[in-house]
Design a protein around this ligand. Sequence first.
Ligand code: SF4
Length: 311
Amino acid sequence: MNQDKRLFIAAPRGWCAGVERAIEILDVALERLTPPIYVRREIVHNKTVVETYKARGVRFIDEIDTAPDNATVIFSAHGISPEVRRTADKRGLTVIDATCPLVTKVHIEVIRYIERGFTVIYVGHKNHEEAVGVLGEAPASLHIIETEADALAYRPPSDKLAALTQTTLSVDDTKKIIAILKQRFPAMEMPAKEDICYATTNRQEAVKRLIKDHAIELLYVIGSKNSSNSNRLCEVAETMGVPARLIDSAADARGTDWNAKTRVGLTAGASAPESLVRETARMLEADGFLSQEVVFEKENVSFSLPQELKA
Ligand code: SF4
């Protein structure tokens, strides 16, 4: 083994408590309910996870209308707009909600602010499923802001303003956007506990620490292209001047230029399974890299199953 070639694996990485809960919901549903089980959209944004469950007979659908009568439909971890739930109720479908409780928290905050007569600014990516779900709570009173330029240009319809954010944003970019909004609208309210979740924050901080403390030259991020928090991990590295590759699995890394590097970093977005991290690490180890885990923080968060699935 070439002792000069080092692989630093960030911790925490990979599955967060919300993803673990969504996967457990699907496992329990497969075990206890009569198939087929339908899932609206991807249960979590990860290609390997979705393919694994397709192979186990789960049917993924884009819209609730395509589920047959009397079907059982699971809502994904990213949440849904109230309209989706109303449609499911109208059709009498059996619904199991795998929305992450930290996404639900944002929905509840929206409802509370709107009930108190606020206009709500939502900082997020407008086409992301989580944002679509939240915006559906009050389309007329919720305004999306994606960038600093949006924050500078925003013209609110009233002075009674509150701001909320998507759970999987860049911590640093969001701070800048919120700072602009606070400067422009000093009376703007925000929840006591921020909406970017612990898992997003910890994974971004772990990457920063990895790069800073271990002079990483190239970062591999295991995650699918539609995974918001995985893309943000790449951006964190790139902002620090380190090239990052978003890969679905070890196979995607083959043929890239890690051979020219001696200090490679590895992490995984919140929806990517640990098996893919291990597979990628093994591939690099087989090429002479000595691997080491770098722990930024130990996580101890878990969420319980929905009432209807509790034993
Ligand atoms: Fe929940 Fe955060 Fe995981 Fe999203 S990334 S599922 S908000 S814990």
